[in-house]
Design a protein around this ligand. Structure first.
Ligand SMILES: [Zn+2]
Length: 447
């Protein structure tokens, strides 16, 4: 007998109890004890962490050296607690990707592969127990109302693993849609499924919104979930208008399920599963890079792991009363910070992706979609999709002016701007509306 659904319901109930904690101090005490216990177990089972933490007491876990994706992949074999070799895991993951049959497991563990926005592939291991806990928690955070109601969920994912395809019970149906399949196939399947919940990256939600406006997509979901990509303000507006619904955001990556929006639409960090330290890069605006300690995942422990994301904290508390940290927005990736030559002196100034987005969106109402790619500090490509009847040259002029104003405000030289038609198609790669194509060193100088 498959006991998975029962376990998921139990995990769901546990997540609900954790979310009911209302007192921040109590939450932090509870977290601390969990982390301490977890660190002791990890030290015992992972040769990599044992060596890394030598001479540091677990009570001082905040002093453990940070790791990142590179370290995680480099020391894969000794970091994971199941004795799985990277080569074996990679071969299996590649095979699953080729055949798009996401059932294989290795030693009872599911393997997930992240494409990685900069091309470096990441491998992730999750045990069955962890998968069920993940599913229970995500259902608790995402489902409107109770798990005991009927839910019919359409879930769009890139390169999936059986990490996600695990739920189908009497009440909850999950249908998995492969982002690499053609759109018309999705439309037909969605029209047949009639999902009550539609969960997809915003670039796909935007495409589906277009299909709905054109009358080809005939579904009436009661709930929209955006995940896996940064939700751009322009996309949000179009999608919400089309479906007449507020978007519910899920902040989830292969490194973990990090946050979800509450009934008030505020994104909260899942501090009942992960501890997040803030490395501020702009304290005044509250912009920080999260350093994640997951105190649930044991097969591949994630402890003091530096993510590449930029988050902005919310200055005011959320009326929902949750003690979980409220986030104003996900700004994008720290790799996408624009680095531009200063107007005076020989240095460089940085510009947040979010500022670039807002400048372009505010410049012209004719802009339907855009991408801004900084190829070198002196060269910026801007892809614009403008309304059918709009004057393209005029929209470009407004965008150019807005970017010039922005650069002048921050004391940066305006790069050479080349306008191009908009070409992005959702599917194989993640949409990044603002992107930097060159590397920089720690002093934020191009290399
Ligand atoms: Zn809230």
């Amino acid at each position: 007998m498959n006991t998975d659904p029962l376990h998921i319901v139990m995990q769901y109930a546990a997540a609900r109890r954790r979310a009911a904690i209302r007192d921040r101090a109590r939450l932090e005490r509870w977290q601390e004890s969990r982390i301490l216990r977890h660190a002791e177990r990890v030290r015992e089972a992972s040769p990599f962490y044992r060596e890394l933490w030598q001479g540091i007491d677990s009570a001082d876990w905040r002093r453990f050296p940070e790791i990142d994706k590179r370290a995680m992949m480099e020391h894969f074999d000794t970091l994971n607690t199941a004795g799985i070799r990277r080569e074996d895991a990679m071969n299996l993951a590649l095979q699953a990707e080729r055949t798009r049959d996401f059932t294989p497991e290795i030693g009872g563990l599911t393997i997930g592969m992240s494409s990685g926005t900069s091309g470096n592939r990441g491998l992730f291991l999750v045990s069955r127990q962890e998968r069920l806990a993940w599913t229970g928690t995500i259902l608790e955070r995402v489902l409107p109302g109770s798990l005991l109601n009927r839910h019919n969920i359409a879930f769009f994912l890139r390169a999936d693993s059986n990490l996600y395809g695990s739920v189908r019970s009497k009440r909850v149906a999950f249908v998995f849609y492969d982002l690499l399949h053609p759109l018309r196939q999705h439309i037909a399947a969605l029209n047949a499924q009639q999902p009550t919940i539609l969960a997809a990256p915003p670039s796909m939600l935007r495409l589906l919104a277009g299909e709905r406006r054109a009358g080809r997509l005939k579904i009436e979901p009661a709930h929209l979930v955006s995940m896996a990509e940064v939700l751009d303000p322009l996309d949000r507006q179009v999608i919400e208008e089309t479906f007449g619904l507020k978007i519910h955001q899920v902040y989830q990556c292969t490194e973990g399920f990090l946050g979800a929006s509450c009934s008030h639409g505020t994104l909260h960090l899942n501090e009942d599963v992960v501890h997040i330290e803030k490395d501020y890069i702009d304290a005044e605006r509250g912009v920080f890079i999260p350093i994640v300690t997951d105190f649930v995942r044991f097969a591949q422990p994630i402890i003091r792991y530096r993510l590449g994301d930029l988050l902005t904290e919310r200055k005011t508390s959320c009326p929902c009363g949750s003690p979980f940290t409220a986030i104003e927005r996900i700004e994008g990736r720290s790799d996408d910070l624009f680095v531009l030559p200063a107007r005076t002196g020989g240095g460089f100034v940085t510009l947040f992706p979010d500022f670039v987005s807002r400048a372009i969106i505010a410049a012209s109402e004719q802009v339907e979609a855009y991408r801004a790619v900084l190829n070198t500090p002196q060269s910026l490509s801007v892809e614009l999709d403008v309304r059918g009847d709009a004057d393209r040259a005029e929209a470009e002029r407004h965008v150019r002016q807005a970017l010039a104003d922005l650069c002048s405000r921050i004391g940066a030289q305006l790069p050479e701007i080349a306008f191009e038609p908009y070409t992005f198609v959702p599917g194989a790669i993640k949409l990044r509306r603002v992107q930097r194509r060159f590397a920089v060193n720690e002093r934020m100088e191009p290399v």
